[in-house]
Design a binder for this molecule. Structure first.
Ligand code: 8YV
Length: 320
């Protein structure tokens, strides 16, 4: 018997497709992940499962799921999954690359411009009834045109972000674990070492995945090297940033502002000190959240499950 566990409520169309493959057990909540205990219980007989970033896939999960063949993660990132264990237990892991690249890059640019032009502050100013007069420097922000943008991480999302900058008359620098000659030629961007990225950029944009190498990459030392007016944007993963150091750098004026779509702890604790800083914009991890892209991500998860169960081959397998 094939059993497929789906850890969130997803639209019926996709469930119907999964039902062609076997019995489907879906958690009926869209905004609450399946409780861990319940998830482990359901996995006992499961052949496949559909998860989101909320599920931590570790030894306990693999031990609970002796029949599991595939885990389809509804995200391009897979730092929630222990890949070494997956290999040991013979479970195929899949993710959702490509379908979310452009949407996530668009959110990155939205966030950058929002912080640069103080859009959230301006909107609150109007809503709070503070708009009583005009001044030459009222809510004056920073220009993107004519600036230097440093991109940390030149994967698909980094490239899509750089492509969007082409219309803005910016100098684009990037740092990545390896150089991309083709991207340099196509996007007119320049490879620099990490320190140069920090010291030269007016906007530093992190699009990198979380790995052992990138964890805590943006720490107190990194922020101290950035320009005092620089804006830091993170659409990668929260744990790439030391948030205490970031808050301190913002408070001390070591950097000028930040925009975060990802945090170390999600959802954020409402006592997090970053929420008190007007120069910081925090979003609830909506990088890939357009309706079309979320549909495409879910469909790719379904295709991956079908591929593994029917043909022994996923469409987008994560290969460590
Ligand atoms: C996810 C993301 O959509 O794909 C990723 O790695 O961070 C987001 O696009 C979201 O967290 C759902 O799992």
């Amino acid at each position: 018997m094939t059993k497929i566990v789906v850890s969130r409520q997803i639209p019926k169309d996709y469930i119907r497709q999964l039902e062609q493959l076997g019995e489907v057990v879906m958690w009926e909540e869209s905004y609450e992940p399946m409780p861990r205990k319940h998830f482990l219980q359901e996995l006992k007989e499961a052949t496949a499962c559909f998860i989101t970033l909320s599920e931590r896939i570790d030894q306990e999960v693999f031990e609970a799921a002796p029949h599991l063949q595939v885990i389809a993660n509804m995200a391009v990132g897979y730092d929630n999954i222990d890949l070494d264990l997956a290999r040991q237990y013979g479970v195929t892991i899949t993710n959702t690359p490509d379908v979310l690249t452009e949407t996530t890059a668009e959110l990155g640019l939205t966030l950058l411009l929002t912080v640069a032009r103080r859009v959230v502050e301006a909107e609150r100013y109007v809503q709070n009834g503070e708009w009583q007069s005009w001044g030459p420097y009222l809510l004056a922000g920073k220009d993107l045109h004519g600036s230097t943008v440093g991109i940390f991480g030149m994967g698909a999302i980094g490239k899509a972000f750089a492509r969007r900058l082409q219309g803005f008359n910016t100098t684009v620098l990037y740092h990545n674990r390896s150089r991309h000659d083709e991207a340099e030629a196509e996007l007119n961007e320049q490879y620099v070492d990490f320190d140069t990225l920090l010291t030269e950029s007016d906007f530093v944009v992190c699009t990198a995945p979380l790995t052992d190498a990138t964890r805590d990459q943006f720490d107190a030392t990194a922020f101290s090297k950035m320009k005092n007016e620089a804006v830091f944007i993170n659409i990668g993963r929260g744990a790439i940033v030391d948030e205490d150091a970031l808050v301190k750098a913002l408070k001390d004026g070591e950097i000028g502002g930040c925009g975060l779509d990802v945090l170390r702890q999600e959802p954020i604790d409402m006592n997090h000190p970053i929420l008190e800083l007007p120069q910081a914009v925090v979003l609830p991890h909506i990088g890939s959240a357009s309706e079309q892209t979320r549909n495409d991500m879910i469909q790719l998860c379904v295709d991956n499950i079908r591929g593994v169960l029917n043909e022994g081959q996923a469409v987008t397998e994560v290969k460590a």
